[in-house]
Write a protein that binds this ligand. Structure first.
Ligand code: SF4
Length: 407
């Protein structure tokens, strides 16, 4: 499907999202990642009045509607000062964005180029009003370029890890989505950190981004409308618990039994599922916030009655909600989404133990809305023998895992 181009996307550096293969990283900080007092101090150093920092902030945030992408748009500043600000900072850390619409206009996948050529993705999803639920526009953003966790059902895992994103590179994905929504008379209502990367492995920058997004004087989105997901970085969950309620915590669970979760979420070998759920349970108790568990269901792999029973045992009595999501097909795996009747059976088994469950519709399959799919396309498909070998390993490992747990 041809893309709608927001800014002309230059060709990717051939075959790689690595910053070493692309241009040099721009050293100027992004304005959306700066604490307000840093900007005030910068103007004070130049003997400029205090209101200048406010003028820049108004231009960058524009009341949550996305804001300026270049100094030239800030007409309230004298031209010479605009040039000085442009030389010191970036109004937008996304150098190009390629947008692909899908799902009859309900989903938009954006591939963003960063200053060093690294590629990251965000997905904007529109949910029309239904019953008592108001219309929502949610953007799913990336916290890292690539990912080191390597979940085999995820296209980002295929790319490997490139680098952590800067605070402004995270926030600017949200501003880009807000800008597109504003142009069509809508407003962003939710942000989820479920794109490329493991947010809790870039936690300092993620926390700064959440602060900027939830600050009423900056982006101004209520913290209750922000969800950060983790594949199970236990020290990160514990650190969040010590900070108190910040946002909704989502845990990518995928399996309740270690041998299978070791395959599906390789981080499980470091922090086994019981430790992850114990940390999440403590988090819910301390913060009073329900944990959201995400479970991608893969046909014949993690959707058996034994898996549903193990998950019910693990989560029974917890303050939590489980989202069951049919897997997005990913080129290098032999796996497919579970059929809907099996997903419904899985949900029924959890509900039997009074666990709240929602079956989520898969969004944007035809535009590659599984995280990392667009960037993976740009990086080029691995050679056929490599794909075949990976498939073989996945079949072998998941079959061994199922044997080990009697699934
Ligand atoms: S599913 Fe998330 S944690 Fe796993 S490889 Fe993909 S981006 Fe990383």
């Amino acid at each position: 499907m041809p893309g709608v181009t927001e800014a002309q996307m230059p060709d990717a550096p051939s075959g790689s999202t690595s910053p070493t293969a692309g241009p040099v990283r721009d050293p100027r900080p992004g304005l959306s990642g700066l604490e307000p007092d840093v900007l005030s101090a910068w103007f004070a150093d130049r003997s400029q009045p205090g209101y200048r920092a406010r003028q820049i902030a108004d231009a960058v945030w524009a009341g949550g509607s996305g804001g300026a992408q270049a100094g030239a748009e800030v007409r309230t500043l004298p031209a010479a000062l605009r040039d000085e600000v442009d030389a010191a900072f970036r109004f937008d850390t996304l150098t190009a964005t390629d947008v692909r619409p899908g799902d009859g206009g309900q989903t938009e996948k954006a591939l963003h180029r960063l200053s060093d050529g690294a590629l990251v993705e965000s997905v904007l999803m529109h949910y029309p009003a239904r019953g008592a639920n108001r219309q929502r526009d949610t953007v799913c953003i990336s916290s890292q370029a690539g990912c080191a966790v390597g979940c085999p059902f995820c296209a980002t895992g295929e790319l490997g890890f490139s680098r952590d994103l800067e605070t402004a590179e995270i926030v600017d994905q949200v501003r880009a989505a807000a800008r597109r929504l504003t142009a069509s008379g809508r407003r962003l209502t939710n942000v989820v950190f479920m794109g490329m990367g493991e947010p809790l492995l870039n936690l300092d920058r993620v926390l700064e981004a959440v602060t900027a997004l939830s600050d009423p004087h900056r982006f101004g989105l209520g913290a209750r409308h922000i969800t950060v997901s983790t594949s199970g970085v236990v020290p990160g969950i514990r650190r969040l618990t010590a900070l108190g309620p910040q946002f909704t915590l989502a845990v990518s669970l995928h399996a309740a039994r270690d041998p299978l979760r070791d395959v599906l979420v390789p981080l499980n070998r470091r922090w086994p599922v019981a430790e992850v759920v114990a940390a999440a349970r403590d988090h819910a108790e301390v913060t009073g916030r329900r944990i959201s568990y995400e479970v991608t269901l893969i046909d014949g792999v993690n959707d058996t009655p034994a898996d549903a029973a193990a998950m019910a045992d693990l989560l029974r009595g917890d303050l939590c909600h489980v989202n069951l999501i049919p897997m997005n097909p990913v080129a290098h795996t032999p796996w497919r989404a579970s059929p809907m009747d099996r997903i419904e059976g899985f949900a029924a088994r959890l509900r039997q133990d009074r666990i709240a469950v929602t079956i989520r519709r898969n969004r944007g399959q035809e535009i590659g809305a599984a995280c990392g799919q667009l960037a993976a396309e740009r990086a080029g498909e691995p050679a056929a023998p490599v794909v075949a070998r990976r498939r073989e390993l996945l079949v072998r490992d998941s079959a061994a895992a199922l044997r080990a747990v009697g699934g």
